[in-house]
Ligand binder design. Structure first.
Ligand SMILES: [Zn+2]
Length: 278
Protein backbone atom coordinates (compact mmCIF):
# COMPACT_ATOMS: atom_id res chain seq x y z
CA UNK A 1 0.00 0.00 0.00
CA UNK A 2 1.22 3.49 -0.72
CA UNK A 3 0.33 7.03 0.20
CA UNK A 4 2.46 9.41 -1.79
CA UNK A 5 6.07 8.57 -1.03
CA UNK A 6 5.16 6.31 1.90
CA UNK A 7 4.99 2.57 1.84
CA UNK A 8 2.28 1.79 4.38
CA UNK A 9 1.73 -1.41 6.29
CA UNK A 10 0.19 -2.46 9.55
CA UNK A 11 0.84 -5.22 11.97
CA UNK A 12 -1.38 -6.81 14.59
CA UNK A 13 0.85 -6.79 17.65
CA UNK A 14 -1.56 -8.46 20.06
CA UNK A 15 -5.07 -9.74 20.58
CA UNK A 16 -7.00 -9.07 23.75
CA UNK A 17 -10.46 -8.51 25.16
CA UNK A 18 -12.01 -5.62 27.01
CA UNK A 19 -15.33 -5.42 28.77
CA UNK A 20 -17.93 -4.57 26.13
CA UNK A 21 -19.79 -2.22 28.45
CA UNK A 22 -16.61 -0.25 29.12
CA UNK A 23 -15.88 -0.04 25.40
CA UNK A 24 -19.32 1.36 24.55
CA UNK A 25 -20.12 3.58 27.52
CA UNK A 26 -23.78 4.55 27.59
CA UNK A 27 -24.73 2.49 24.51
CA UNK A 28 -27.02 -0.36 25.61
CA UNK A 29 -25.65 -3.88 25.34
CA UNK A 30 -28.73 -4.73 23.23
CA UNK A 31 -27.22 -2.53 20.51
CA UNK A 32 -23.46 -3.25 20.67
CA UNK A 33 -23.56 -6.96 21.45
CA UNK A 34 -24.83 -7.86 17.99
CA UNK A 35 -21.95 -5.95 16.39
CA UNK A 36 -19.06 -7.12 18.52
CA UNK A 37 -20.18 -10.32 20.19
CA UNK A 38 -18.94 -10.63 23.79
CA UNK A 39 -17.55 -13.83 25.30
CA UNK A 40 -18.82 -15.49 28.49
CA UNK A 41 -16.94 -12.88 30.56
CA UNK A 42 -18.51 -10.00 28.59
CA UNK A 43 -15.25 -9.21 26.78
CA UNK A 44 -15.28 -8.13 23.15
CA UNK A 45 -12.42 -9.13 20.84
CA UNK A 46 -9.85 -6.47 20.05
CA UNK A 47 -6.42 -6.18 18.48
CA UNK A 48 -3.62 -3.66 18.82
CA UNK A 49 -2.76 -2.57 15.30
CA UNK A 50 0.57 -0.88 14.65
CA UNK A 51 1.05 1.38 11.64
CA UNK A 52 4.36 1.34 9.75
CA UNK A 53 5.35 4.12 7.31
CA UNK A 54 8.50 3.88 5.26
CA UNK A 55 10.01 6.53 3.01
CA UNK A 56 13.52 7.49 1.96
CA UNK A 57 15.45 6.45 5.02
CA UNK A 58 12.75 7.06 7.61
CA UNK A 59 10.82 4.22 9.18
CA UNK A 60 7.99 5.53 11.34
CA UNK A 61 5.98 3.27 13.61
CA UNK A 62 2.77 4.42 15.29
CA UNK A 63 2.16 2.78 18.70
CA UNK A 64 3.65 -0.48 19.89
CA UNK A 65 0.84 -2.71 21.11
CA UNK A 66 0.69 -4.24 24.58
CA UNK A 67 3.98 -6.08 24.87
CA UNK A 68 4.47 -8.81 27.42
CA UNK A 69 5.06 -7.00 30.72
CA UNK A 70 1.96 -8.45 32.35
CA UNK A 71 1.32 -10.71 35.31
CA UNK A 72 -0.45 -14.03 34.81
CA UNK A 73 -3.54 -12.49 36.39
CA UNK A 74 -3.52 -9.50 34.00
CA UNK A 75 -2.90 -11.80 31.03
CA UNK A 76 -5.97 -13.81 32.04
CA UNK A 77 -8.18 -10.76 32.71
CA UNK A 78 -7.43 -9.27 29.30
CA UNK A 79 -7.22 -12.62 27.46
CA UNK A 80 -3.92 -11.30 26.18
CA UNK A 81 -2.25 -13.01 23.26
CA UNK A 82 1.06 -11.54 22.14
CA UNK A 83 1.63 -11.78 18.38
CA UNK A 84 5.31 -10.73 18.42
CA UNK A 85 5.54 -7.22 17.01
CA UNK A 86 9.29 -7.57 16.35
CA UNK A 87 8.66 -10.58 14.12
CA UNK A 88 5.86 -8.74 12.34
CA UNK A 89 8.19 -5.82 11.68
CA UNK A 90 10.83 -8.19 10.29
CA UNK A 91 8.23 -9.63 7.95
CA UNK A 92 7.43 -6.23 6.43
CA UNK A 93 11.15 -5.48 6.02
CA UNK A 94 11.35 -3.00 8.91
CA UNK A 95 13.09 -4.73 11.83
CA UNK A 96 12.95 -2.74 15.09
CA UNK A 97 16.58 -1.57 14.83
CA UNK A 98 15.75 0.18 11.55
CA UNK A 99 12.88 2.19 13.03
CA UNK A 100 13.82 5.88 13.18
CA UNK A 101 10.67 7.30 14.79
CA UNK A 102 7.95 5.98 17.05
CA UNK A 103 4.82 8.05 17.41
CA UNK A 104 3.20 7.14 20.71
CA UNK A 105 -0.43 8.23 20.48
CA UNK A 106 -0.73 8.01 24.25
CA UNK A 107 0.76 6.01 27.07
CA UNK A 108 -2.15 3.69 27.91
CA UNK A 109 -0.70 0.20 28.23
CA UNK A 110 -2.38 -1.18 25.13
CA UNK A 111 -0.60 1.46 23.02
CA UNK A 112 2.78 1.88 24.70
CA UNK A 113 3.36 -1.40 26.58
CA UNK A 114 5.31 -2.90 23.70
CA UNK A 115 7.97 -0.16 23.81
CA UNK A 116 9.73 -1.90 26.71
CA UNK A 117 10.98 -5.47 26.46
CA UNK A 118 11.78 -7.42 29.63
CA UNK A 119 15.23 -8.98 29.73
CA UNK A 120 15.81 -12.29 31.56
CA UNK A 121 17.86 -10.46 34.23
CA UNK A 122 14.88 -8.31 35.20
CA UNK A 123 15.95 -5.13 33.41
CA UNK A 124 14.09 -3.68 30.43
CA UNK A 125 15.36 -2.79 26.97
CA UNK A 126 13.76 -0.63 24.31
CA UNK A 127 12.12 -2.43 21.40
CA UNK A 128 13.23 0.50 19.21
CA UNK A 129 16.73 1.39 20.42
CA UNK A 130 17.52 3.79 17.58
CA UNK A 131 14.21 5.62 17.35
CA UNK A 132 13.10 9.00 18.57
CA UNK A 133 9.91 8.44 20.61
CA UNK A 134 7.35 11.21 20.02
CA UNK A 135 4.64 11.79 22.61
CA UNK A 136 2.74 14.94 23.51
CA UNK A 137 4.23 16.70 26.51
CA UNK A 138 0.69 17.08 27.88
CA UNK A 139 0.15 13.32 27.71
CA UNK A 140 3.51 12.60 29.34
CA UNK A 141 2.62 14.90 32.24
CA UNK A 142 -0.95 13.57 32.46
CA UNK A 143 0.24 9.96 32.47
CA UNK A 144 2.53 10.68 35.42
CA UNK A 145 -0.28 12.39 37.35
CA UNK A 146 -3.44 10.86 35.83
CA UNK A 147 -7.04 11.25 36.84
CA UNK A 148 -8.45 8.54 39.05
CA UNK A 149 -10.41 7.48 35.99
CA UNK A 150 -7.54 6.53 33.72
CA UNK A 151 -4.84 5.79 36.31
CA UNK A 152 -5.50 2.08 35.80
CA UNK A 153 -4.78 2.35 32.07
CA UNK A 154 -1.18 3.45 32.60
CA UNK A 155 1.47 0.91 33.52
CA UNK A 156 4.45 3.20 33.34
CA UNK A 157 7.06 1.34 35.34
CA UNK A 158 8.68 -0.42 32.31
CA UNK A 159 8.39 2.77 30.24
CA UNK A 160 10.06 4.90 32.91
CA UNK A 161 12.85 2.34 33.20
CA UNK A 162 13.75 3.09 29.56
CA UNK A 163 15.13 6.41 30.83
CA UNK A 164 18.58 6.94 29.34
CA UNK A 165 18.05 4.17 26.77
CA UNK A 166 15.68 5.97 24.38
CA UNK A 167 15.26 9.53 23.23
CA UNK A 168 11.89 11.07 24.01
CA UNK A 169 10.65 14.02 22.00
CA UNK A 170 7.98 15.75 24.05
CA UNK A 171 5.75 17.39 21.44
CA UNK A 172 3.78 20.58 22.08
CA UNK A 173 0.63 20.60 19.97
CA UNK A 174 0.41 20.10 16.22
CA UNK A 175 3.73 18.99 14.80
CA UNK A 176 5.22 17.56 11.61
CA UNK A 177 7.16 14.42 12.51
CA UNK A 178 8.35 13.90 8.92
CA UNK A 179 7.31 15.50 5.64
CA UNK A 180 3.62 14.62 5.27
CA UNK A 181 3.26 13.05 8.73
CA UNK A 182 1.63 15.30 11.27
CA UNK A 183 0.34 14.74 14.78
CA UNK A 184 -2.67 16.51 16.29
CA UNK A 185 -3.53 16.45 19.98
CA UNK A 186 -7.04 15.54 21.10
CA UNK A 187 -8.15 15.80 24.69
CA UNK A 188 -11.36 13.86 25.33
CA UNK A 189 -10.03 10.32 25.74
CA UNK A 190 -6.88 11.05 27.74
CA UNK A 191 -5.32 14.49 28.00
CA UNK A 192 -2.74 14.98 25.22
CA UNK A 193 -3.49 11.91 23.16
CA UNK A 194 -2.36 12.53 19.57
CA UNK A 195 -3.78 11.25 16.28
CA UNK A 196 -1.61 10.93 13.18
CA UNK A 197 -2.49 12.30 9.74
CA UNK A 198 -0.46 11.11 6.75
CA UNK A 199 -1.09 13.29 3.74
CA UNK A 200 0.01 13.12 0.13
CA UNK A 201 -1.44 14.36 -3.16
CA UNK A 202 -2.96 10.92 -3.78
CA UNK A 203 -4.64 10.48 -0.42
CA UNK A 204 -4.82 11.07 3.30
CA UNK A 205 -4.92 8.57 6.13
CA UNK A 206 -5.86 9.18 9.75
CA UNK A 207 -4.63 6.89 12.48
CA UNK A 208 -7.29 7.65 15.04
CA UNK A 209 -5.98 5.76 18.10
CA UNK A 210 -8.72 5.69 20.76
CA UNK A 211 -10.79 8.34 19.01
CA UNK A 212 -11.94 5.66 16.53
CA UNK A 213 -10.86 2.34 18.05
CA UNK A 214 -13.28 0.13 16.05
CA UNK A 215 -15.63 0.64 13.10
CA UNK A 216 -18.55 0.95 15.55
CA UNK A 217 -16.90 3.92 17.23
CA UNK A 218 -17.28 5.91 14.00
CA UNK A 219 -20.73 6.76 15.37
CA UNK A 220 -20.23 10.07 17.18
CA UNK A 221 -21.88 9.03 20.44
CA UNK A 222 -20.71 5.40 20.58
CA UNK A 223 -17.85 6.07 22.92
CA UNK A 224 -15.81 4.36 25.53
CA UNK A 225 -16.56 4.68 29.23
CA UNK A 226 -12.78 5.10 29.58
CA UNK A 227 -12.92 8.62 28.08
CA UNK A 228 -12.03 11.30 30.62
CA UNK A 229 -14.17 13.93 28.91
CA UNK A 230 -16.83 12.13 26.86
CA UNK A 231 -18.60 15.23 25.56
CA UNK A 232 -15.31 16.56 24.25
CA UNK A 233 -14.67 13.22 22.55
CA UNK A 234 -17.98 13.60 20.67
CA UNK A 235 -16.97 17.08 19.47
CA UNK A 236 -13.53 15.88 18.41
CA UNK A 237 -14.98 12.90 16.56
CA UNK A 238 -17.48 15.09 14.71
CA UNK A 239 -14.65 17.39 13.57
CA UNK A 240 -12.48 14.54 12.27
CA UNK A 241 -15.47 12.78 10.67
CA UNK A 242 -16.27 15.93 8.70
CA UNK A 243 -12.65 16.24 7.54
CA UNK A 244 -12.52 12.56 6.63
CA UNK A 245 -15.76 12.77 4.67
CA UNK A 246 -14.82 15.93 2.79
CA UNK A 247 -11.30 14.74 1.98
CA UNK A 248 -12.10 11.06 1.37
CA UNK A 249 -9.63 10.16 4.08
CA UNK A 250 -8.90 6.61 5.04
CA UNK A 251 -9.25 5.95 8.76
CA UNK A 252 -7.05 3.24 10.24
CA UNK A 253 -8.73 1.51 13.19
CA UNK A 254 -6.28 0.55 15.91
CA UNK A 255 -8.45 -1.91 17.82
CA UNK A 256 -10.98 -3.32 15.33
CA UNK A 257 -10.64 -7.11 15.39
CA UNK A 258 -11.33 -7.57 11.68
CA UNK A 259 -11.23 -4.32 9.76
CA UNK A 260 -8.01 -2.34 9.53
CA UNK A 261 -9.15 0.62 7.46
CA UNK A 262 -12.36 2.32 6.36
CA UNK A 263 -13.68 5.28 4.47
CA UNK A 264 -16.61 7.09 6.02
CA UNK A 265 -19.69 7.59 3.88
CA UNK A 266 -21.39 10.10 6.19
CA UNK A 267 -20.60 11.76 9.51
CA UNK A 268 -22.97 9.56 11.52
CA UNK A 269 -21.04 6.32 11.50
CA UNK A 270 -21.57 5.10 7.93
CA UNK A 271 -18.50 3.51 6.39
CA UNK A 272 -17.19 1.29 3.63
CA UNK A 273 -14.29 -1.08 4.15
CA UNK A 274 -10.89 -0.35 2.71
CA UNK A 275 -9.41 2.79 1.29
CA UNK A 276 -5.71 2.03 1.36
CA UNK A 277 -5.92 -1.43 -0.11
CA UNK A 278 -7.89 -0.63 -3.25
ZN1 LIG B 1 -6.49 4.73 25.51
Amino acid sequence: MKIGRFRVSWIEASRFGLDGGAMFGVVPRALWASRLVPDERNRIPMVTRVLVLESSGRVIVVDAGMGTNFSKKQTAIYGLEDLDLAKGLDEVGCPPERVTDVVVTHLHFDHAGGLAVARPDGTVAPLFPNAVHHVQRGQWQWAHAPSSKDAGSFMLDPIDRLEGQVRWNLVDGVSEIAPGVRVFPVQGHSRGMQVVVVSAPDGTALFGADLFPTRWHLRPVWNMAYDNEPVLTVQEKRWYLRQALAGRWTIVLEHDPELADVRVTDDQGGFEPGGLDE
